[in-house]
Design a protein around this ligand. Structure first.
Ligand SMILES: *[C@@H]1O[C@H](CO)[C@@H](O)[C@H](O)[C@H]1NC(C)=O
Ligand SMILES: *[C@@H]1O[C@H](CO)[C@@H](O)[C@H](O)[C@H]1NC(C)=O
Ligand SMILES: *[C@@H]1O[C@H](CO)[C@@H](O)[C@H](O)[C@H]1NC(C)=O
Ligand SMILES: *[C@@H]1O[C@H](CO)[C@@H](O)[C@H](O)[C@H]1NC(C)=O
Ligand SMILES: *[C@@H]1O[C@H](CO)[C@@H](O)[C@H](O)[C@H]1NC(C)=O
Ligand SMILES: *[C@@H]1O[C@H](CO)[C@@H](O)[C@H](O)[C@H]1NC(C)=O
Ligand SMILES: *[C@@H]1O[C@H](CO)[C@@H](O)[C@H](O)[C@H]1NC(C)=O
Length: 515
C-alpha cells in the first residue's frame, strides 16, 4: 500500500523550494574530516561549473543585487571586485524568485571552504519593513563571493558581515548560509527588512546541524566578545527596540524567537517543515556516527528529502592541508533519490557538455530560440533530464522500482568509491613527481569517464523502466491538460512510501524500502 502525502499538509507552509544543508563536525566523521552535504530546491535547470581563479585590474566592479523583477523588487548595484578570486566548483541555476541568473547556493573552493545556502524565513513585520526597491547583495552573490574570497569558514562569515555593512542585503524574506572548513562550521542568518541585520553561530566538532530552514537559537548579548558568535552591531538592540525581546525578562536572547517566522506553529528544530524536522534529521545523522561519505549520501538520498524538488545533491569532506587540485566533491546531477553521485575534483579541467547548461527547465526557454553559441552543447543529452526521467518512472511505483534503482546507484557509486584510492594516489604521485599537468589530466579523464558511464546507466534505466512499465500495462497517460504544477504548496513528484497521512510528518519513519 502506497500513501501519498496530502496536499493540505504541504499547504501549511508556503516555501516549497528551500534546500537542505547538513553539517557534520569532525569528531563525528569516520575520517576526521568536516562533512557538508546538501540539495538545491529550485525548480530551475541545474548545471555543473568549475570556475578558474582570476585576477582583476584595479577598480574592476562586480554587479550584484536583485532587479525590479524579483519577488521583492530591488535595484542592482556595482561593488568593488577583489584583486584575485579563488577557483571553485558549483551547481549553477537559472531561476529563483526572479533573481538574475546565473545563481548558486555554493559548492567548494580551492581553500577547502564549502558553502551552502538555505532559506530562513523572518517574521512578517520584519519582511514588511523591507524598502521597495531594496538594495544590497543577495544570497547567491554572498555564496559566490565567499567561494571567491574566503580562505576559512570564519573569514567567510566576516566577508558576509562586511559586505552587508557596506552595501546592504537584498532578499526574498530571510536567508542563511552554512560555511565550513576542515575545522569548523558557521551558520549565518541574514535578515530581511533592509536593516543590515545578521547573526552567526559557530558549529563545533561534535555537532550535527541540519538547515531546513537555517536557524540560530540562544545567542549571547555580548557576542562581540565571543569567538563562537558574530553578528551585526544592531542584532540585539534592534530586537529590543521593536519589543521582540525584553532584556529585563528571564528569557535569554534567542535569534529564532526574535527574528524567525511567527506564523504557524513553527519552532526552530521541530517545526514540521516538509517530511522530517531538523531535529529528526539531526538525530538520524548522529545515529550514523562515525559518518562516512556513503552515509551522508544515503541521508541525502532519503526519499523524504530527495524528490522532484531537490535540484541536485552535493557531499564534500574537508580535510586540513588538502592539495587544492585534489579537493573532491560528490555531485548528483538532479534529485539523488534516483541519480548517482559522481566525484569531481577542483583540478578537473572541464565539465562534459552533458553536465553543462541546457535549456530544459531554463528560465525563458519557452519564449526564446536557442542562441547559436550553445548549438552543439544543446545538441547533447542532458544528465539532469535523463535522471528526471528515471525519477518520474521510478516514483510511479516506488515499492516496485525504488529498491532496484537504488541498488544500481549503490553498485555504481561503490565502484567509484573503490576507484578513488588508485585515482587519487596516482594523482598525488604525479604531483610529487613534478607532473602536476599529468595529474590534472588523469583527474579530468577519470571524472569525465565516470560521468559518461553514469549517463549511460541513466539511459539504460530509463529504457528498461519504459519497456517494463509499458509492456505490463503500468503506463499512466495524463488524465487532464495541466502539465505544470499550479504552484507553491501543491504536491510534486516524490517516492514517498509507507506514509501515513494521519500522522504529523516528523513522527514518521516510512523506511520500508529505504536502504
Ligand atoms: C581607481 O580609482 C581611483 C579612485 O577613483 C583612481 O584614483 C585611480 O586612478 C583608479 N585606478 C585605475 C588603475 O584606474
Ligand atoms: C555596473 O557597471 C557596468 C560596467 O561599467 C555597467 O554596464 C552597469 O550598468 C553597472 N550597473 C549598475 C547597476 O550601475
Ligand atoms: C566586551 O568586553 C569588554 C571588556 O571586558 C567590555 O568593556 C565590553 O562591554 C564587552 N562588550 C559587550 C558587548 O559585552
Ligand atoms: C528594563 O528595565 C529598565 C530599568 O527598570 C527600564 O528602564 C527599561 O525600560 C526596561 N526595558 C524594557 C524593554 O522593559
Ligand atoms: C497551532 O497549533 C494549535 C494547537 O495544536 C492549533 O489549534 C492551531 O491551529 C495551529 N496553528 C496553525 C497556524 O497551524
Ligand atoms: C532527537 O534526539 C533527542 C535526544 O535523544 C530526543 O530528545 C529528541 O526527542 C529527538 N527528536 C526527534 C525529532 O527525533
Ligand atoms: C555498496 O557498499 C556497501 C558498503 O560500503 C554495501 O553495504 C552495499 O551492499 C554495496 N551495495 C552494492 C549494490 O554493491
Amino acid at each position: 500500500m502506497l500513501f501519498r502525502i496530502l496536499p493540505s499538509l504541504a499547504l501549511l507552509f508556503n516555501v516549497t523550494t528551500a534546500s537542505y544543508a547538513f553539517y557534520v563536525g569532525k569528531s563525528l566523521t569516520a575520517d576526521g574530516s568536516v562533512m557538508v552535504g546538501g540539495t538545491g530546491e529550485e525548480v530551475s535547470s541545474h548545471w555543473l561549473e568549475i570556475f578558474p581563479a582570476k585576477d582583476y585590474p584595479p577598480n574592476t566592479t562586480l554587479e550584484v543585487g536583485v532587479t525590479e523583477q524579483a519577488s521583492m523588487p530591488g535595484r542592482r548595484l556595482n561593488i568593488s571586485q577583489a584583486a584575485h578570486t579563488f577557483r571553485y566548483i558549483s551547481m549553477e541555476y537559472s531561476d529563483y524568485e526572479g533573481f538574475p541568473a546565473p545563481l548558486t547556493n555554493g559548492g567548494v573552493n580551492e581553500k577547502g571552504v564549502a558553502v551552502r545556502d538555505v532559506w530562513a524565513q523572518n517574521r512578517d513585520d520584519l519582511i514588511a519593513m523591507t524598502p521597495n526597491p531594496q538594495t544590497g547583495l543577495q544570497y547567491s552573490d554572498l555564496a559566490r563571493i565567499v567561494m571567491e574570497r574566503a580562505s576559512s569558514a570564519r573569514e567567510g562569515v566576516e566577508i558576509i558581515g562586511q559586505l552587508i555593512s557596506e552595501y546592504g542585503y537584498a532578499d526574498y524574506g530571510g536567508n542563511s548560509h552554512l560555511i565550513a572548513d576542515a575545522n569548523e562550521g558557521w551558520i549565518v542568518w541574514e535578515m530581511s527588512g533592509g536593516k543590515k541585520l545578521w547573526a552567526a553561530e559557530r558549529l563545533g566538532t561534535d555537532v550535527v546541524r541540519v538547515l531546513y530552514p537555517g536557524y540560530i537559537e540562544n545567542f549571547p548579548v555580548d557576542f562581540e566578545n565571543s569567538t563562537n558568535y558574530m553578528g551585526s552591531p544592531n542584532i540585539v538592540s534592534f530586537a529590543v527596540e521593536q519589543g521582540w525581546w525584553n532584556p529585563n525578562s528571564s528569557e535569554p536572547f534567542n535569534v529564532w524567537k526574535a527574528y524567525g517566522t511567527a506564523s504557524g506553529n513553527y519552532t526552530a528544530r521541530d517545526g514540521g517543515y516538509k517530511y522530517m524536522s531538523q531535529a529528526a534529521l539531526e538525530n538520524a545523522t548522529l545515529a550514523m556516527a562515525p559518518v562516512t561519505e556513503k552515509d551522508l549520501i544515503a541521508r541525502l538520498r532519503d526519499f523524504r528529502i530527495a524528490d522532484d524538488e531537490a535540484g541536485y545533491g552535493q557531499v564534500v569532506s574537508l580535510h586540513p592541508d588538502m592539495d587544492p587540485d585534489l579537493i573532491r566533491i560528490w555531485v548528483a546531477p538532479t534529485g539523488s533519490v534516483t541519480a548517482p553521485f559522481n566525484p569531481w575534483w577542483l583540478g578537473v579541467k572541464s565539465v562534459p557538455s552533458e553536465y553543462g547548461q541546457h535549456r530544459y527547465l531554463t528560465a525563458d526557454a519557452a519564449s526564446t530560440f536557442l542562441d547559436p553559441d550553445f548549438q552543439s552543447q544543446e545538441a547533447t543529452d542532458f544528465a539532469c533530464r535523463i535522471f528526471k526521467q528515471v525519477l518520474y518512472y521510478t516514483c510511479s511505483d516506488p515499492d516496485a522500482f525504488l529498491p532496484i534503482v537504488q541498488d544500481m546507484l549503490h553498485g555504481f557509486e561503490n565502484a567509484s568509491f573503490a576507484d578513488l584510492s588508485w585515482v587519487e594516489r596516482s594523482a598525488e604521485l604525479l604531483v610529487q613527481n613534478g607532473q602536476r599537468e599529468d595529474a590534472l589530466d588523469l583527474l579530468t579523464f577519470y571524472a569525465h569517464t565516470r560521468a559518461e558511464k553514469a549517463l549511460a546507466l541513466g539511459k539504460t534505466m530509463v529504457n528498461a523502466l519504459d519497456a517494463y512499465i509499458k509492456l505490463t500495462g503500468r503506463f499512466r497517460g495524463p488524465s487532464g491538460k495541466r502539465i505544470n504544477d499550479p504552484g507553491r504548496g501543491a504536491e510534486t513528484v516524490n517516492c514517498l512510501v509507507g506514509w501515513d497521512p494521519d500522522q504529523p510528518p516528523f513522527l514518521q519513519t516510512p523506511m520500508r524500502v529505504q536502504t
